[in-house]
Design a protein around this ligand. Structure first.
Ligand code: DOR
Length: 428
């Protein structure tokens, strides 16, 4: 690991972005920024990046880091280290902690603590309503001033449409995006998986696809009428994507994300009652999965959000009705998506990069991460060739287990730099 002020020469990687393949050249990081292809002074360190593909480190608009309050599941140090190991340079943390991030001082404290840690850069989200209770609006202006980049009650749907409308009016005035957890709470009820033939066969309470489509319609209509930028988190159904397409076609400021798990798993994964694949919203039907992939290919889907949702191993060993919702996936998402969709020939590499760089930046209203001279030196070096198994023993997250353990994938991040500092190096 290196300090922030070193001059580092990355030798011989092939440099790519969503827009260009620049071919093989050297790249120099100095003073936290991209210096260029040749060093402007003495080099402190050289990294042999021959055979690797380099690109701007990724942006994840949706992670649960559990800090403060649930540090047995994850904390800032482990979560930001896991993000760096996953190739991410910047992550947006959700507000469903204890205490809930509904106070500007909590936003400031998260930012200060994270800035002192070696890992991905943290950009916290803050709650839309006090205590995520869905009734009283949070101090949006104060939270944004403290550094919150997104307002969201994620984890819990905002049941009251009037509350969502007022929140959207504030968000529009402040020009900050809202992220929604769009599930109708009454339709979702106590469903633990997708309502359909598999839930009926297993005898488990189901969460119908309509729970999502109904709420996405409400939230998108609120975006259209208030002008607020509304980002629909973790879309899972064909019907919800159709609603989003309808509103996008009418110019509503709606964006959406899909998760790696909803793109790669369907409700049959629940067949042996394993809570590791219990997640909210639930894994859906193969037709829904096909719709998500079509949405990615067509450009309807704006970005990937991991919804990294770590829980302890013992919580996820409880029975399926009791175990908490969530899949921890920060460290496996990029190789999983690369192997399944890019190496398979379904998507060009540029589309995956767009979903991990330009897409999330656009959703958040940021400049897209780029390796231009003078830009922040947030860089990831990927090995697109060597197959490696998903190995929990090497993971940084406290929730080092998941549905893909043991799978052999390509596309692993080998080194990640944030502001010119090496925050992750994989032992080959
Ligand atoms: O599965 C989930 N887990 N979905 C959410 O929306 C929240 C998350 C959590 O916080 O565990």
């Amino acid at each position: 690991m290196t300090g922030p002020h070193e001059r580092i020469l990355l030798r011989g990687a092939r440099w790519v972005s969503a827009h260009a393949d620049e071919g093989v050249h050297d790249l120099v990081l100095a003073g936290g920024r991209i210096e260029g292809a040749t060093p402007d002074g003495p080099v402190d360190r050289e990294v042999d990046a021959t055979g690797l593909v380099g690109t701007a480190a990724f942006v994840d608009p949706h992670v649960h880091l559990r800090d403060p309050g649930f540090e047995a599941k994850e904390d800032l140090a482990s979560g930001l280290a896991a993000a760096a190991a996953g190739g991410y340079g910047t992550v947006v943390s959700m507000a469903n902690t204890d205490p809930v991030i509904d106070d500007p001082d909590l936003v400031r404290s998260l930012r200060e603590r994270a800035a002192a840690l070696p890992g991905a850069r943290l950009r916290p989200a803050a709650a839309l309503t006090m205590g995520l209770e869905g009734t009283r609006l949070s101090d949006a202006a104060g939270l944004v001033e403290a550094g919150a980049v997104l307002l969201t009650d994620d984890g819990i749907p905002v049941a009251n449409a009037e509350v969502m409308r007022r929140a959207a009016e504030w968000a529009a005035a402040l020009d900050v995006p809202i992220q929604t957890h769009s599930e109708d709470p009454d339709l979702r009820a106590d469903g633990v998986m997708h309502e359909g033939e598999v839930s009926e066969r297993l005898g488990l309470p189901g969460n119908p696809a309509a729970a999502e489509a109904v709420m996405v319609y409400r939230d998108a209509e609120i975006a259209r009428t208030t002008g607020a930028r509304v980002h629909i988190a973790h879309v899972t159904t064909r019907a919800a994507l159709e609603v989003i397409a309808f509103f996008k076609a009418r110019g509503a400021p709606v964006t959406c994300e899909v998760t790696p798990h909803h793109l790669t798993l369907d409700h049959t994964a629940l067949a042996d009652y394993d809570p590791i694949v219990k997640v909210a919203p639930p894994l859906r039907t193969p037709d829904d999965v096909a719709a998500l992939r079509e949405g990615v290919a067509s450009g309807l889907v704006d970005c990937i959000g991991t919804d990294h949702a770590p829980h302890t191993r013992s919580e996820k060993r409880m029975d399926l009705l009791t175990a908490p919702f969530g899949i921890a996936n920060l460290e496996v998402s990029v190789p999983l998506l690369y192997e399944r969709f890019v190496a398979s020939g379904d998507w060009p590499l540029a589309r995956l990069l767009e979903l991990l760089q330009d897409g999330p930046a656009r959703v958040l209203g940021w400049d897209a991460p780029r390796l231009e001279v003078g830009a922040p030196a947030d860089v990831v070096l990927l090995d697109l060739e060597t197959p490696r198994p998903v190995d929990p023993a090497t993971q940084r997250s406290k929730a080092a287990f998941g549905p893909w353990d043991g799978e052999v994938l390509r596309g692993w991040p080998m080194r990640t730099f944030v502001a010119g500092r090496e925050v992750f190096a994989r032992t080959p």
